[in-house]
Ligand binder design. Structure first.
Ligand code: TRP
Length: 414
């Protein structure tokens, strides 16, 4: 089956054609690789163009505030969620009092979750609170088994451990369903039926184009995208939605977009609307936007299990600085917030807009020194991590069971 005109647009490849490479060194962004040559990280404006999504602009934010009657979350206002697909459609639904639901997920490859992993969940919780809608969270233990050197038994355990961190973000138990693929596929025939419907609608050629799969990739990988796509079809959750076809909104990091470009092509052919999306930028590693956070190198990220002392040491020793080499030089020339990781992290986690603005001014002018900026970051994230640890410790096995049991949620079909 060939893709329609609109779909061709959405089907922009993640990897670059030869001509692109010759002209400029662009970033690589797909579900398994994120690579940028620039110190400021990926060029997100170019990505919006290449992926054919839309920028989250002032007009959308103004309308959003008007429709919901609430301030828009700082992560959206500050451009950390910077791109979307069909968010206006979701606001139309809200205006008309019509239902939709939220879908997000995590690949449980490690139990060392870091601050960056919280970002999609923080926004999902805020969206759930703002719109009072059901949220489904997919834990792709199967994906991590296929892609990583892990055993089935291990990824199943990791999914459950990660579920505790996710629950600790404060989701409403009456409106949130968390599921792991290995378990849910055996609980819900409708989920598997939708997976196979999707598998029948996408050719090998198409996933090759979208994901870059090759002849020597295992067939599990080639068919996996259908499993991440299926939760976009509301009938995968009959215990929540019955057989109703409800709109879906997905908050995720931009690297997940290929899955949903594919889904947006397939969904209308199966009688569903295209899922809407909100895309976030990547959370940078402590060493700078060009390096990667790694569960095997404790110094690349602030983990949710870190102690206050570890956080302090990591920030002071490893957070890449946009400051100058000497105090004199710094006072004279000022620092560069665009590459400074302490500032970048504050942009994610400091709630006070005015304070953030002041910090940027002072650091850029040289009035604030790197040590002072680092201290501000330490004082901001330490309580966030500590509170997370307290909430996670309070999550019991029974609570996990409750969130992960297929059951009706608070959902009114209007
Ligand atoms: N593939 C994602 C990962 O590796 C996990 C995931 C599944 C997901 N479904 C999703 C992420 C929906 C965002 C939205 O992390």
């Amino acid at each position: 089956m060939s893709l329609g005109l609109e779909n061709n647009l959405e089907n922009a490849t993640n990897r670059l054609s030869l001509t692109d490479c010759q002209e400029e060194e662009s970033d690589i962004v797909d579900p398994w690789n994120v690579q940028s040559r620039s110190q400021t990280g990926v060029d997100y404006d170019k990505l919006v163009e290449r992926f054919g999504s839309s920028k989250i602009d002032e007009e959308l934010l103004t309308r959003w505030k008007k429709v919901t009657g609430k301030d828009v979350h700082p992560l959206l206002r500050r451009g950390i969620f910077f791109s979307h697909r069909d968010m206006h459609t979701i606001l139309n639904l809200k205006e008309q009092g019509k239902p939709f639901y939220l879908y997000t997920g995590r690949g449980p490859s490690s139990d060392a979750m870091h601050l960056g992993h919280l970002i999609p969940f923080i926004v999902s919780k805020w969206l759930q609170d703002t719109f009072d809608v059901p949220l489904v969270i997919q834990l792709t233990d199967d994906e991590k088994f296929l892609w990583k050197d892990l055993k089935v038994e291990q990824v199943i355990k990791l999914a459950r451990e990660n579920a505790k961190d996710i629950i600790a973000c404060g989701f409403d138990p009456e409106n949130t369903f968390i599921f792991s693929d290995f378990t849910f596929i055996g609980q819900c025939p409708q989920f598997y039926q939708n997976i196979v419907r999707i598998q029948k609608s996408v050719t090998f050629n198409q996933v090759k184009g979208i994901f870059g799969f090759g002849d020597s990739d295992v067939i599990g990988k080639i068919s996996f995208p259908a499993i991440q796509a299926a939760p976009c079809l509301s009938t995968s959750f009959p215990f929540i939605f019955g057989d109703k076809k409800i709109h879906c909104l997905i908050p995720c990091a931009i690297d997940q977009d290929p899955y949903f470009r594919m889904t947006r092509d397939v969904a209308p052919r199966l009688g569903f609307s295209k899922p809407a999306l909100l895309h976030s930028v990547f959370f940078p590693a402590l060493q700078g936007a060009q390096t990667k956070m790694s569960a095997s190198d404790a110094n690349t990220a602030i983990f949710l299990t870190d102690t206050p002392k570890q956080i302090k040491n990591k920030v002071n020793k490893h957070a890449f600085s946009g400051g100058q080499a000497t105090v004199e030089e710094h006072r004279e020339k000022g620092g560069d917030c665009n590459v400074d990781i302490s500032y970048q992290y504050l942009k994610f986690f400091l709630e006070d807009d005015e304070k953030l603005k002041q910090i940027k001014q002072d650091y850029t002018s040289g009035a604030m020194l790197t040590g002072e900026l680092k201290k501000l970051l330490i004082d901001t994230v330490t309580p966030i991590v500590q509170e997370h640890q307290q909430r996670r410790a309070a999550v019991t096995e029974e609570t996990v069971d409750k969130f992960m049991t297929p059951r009706p949620l608070r959902f009114n079909s209007k």
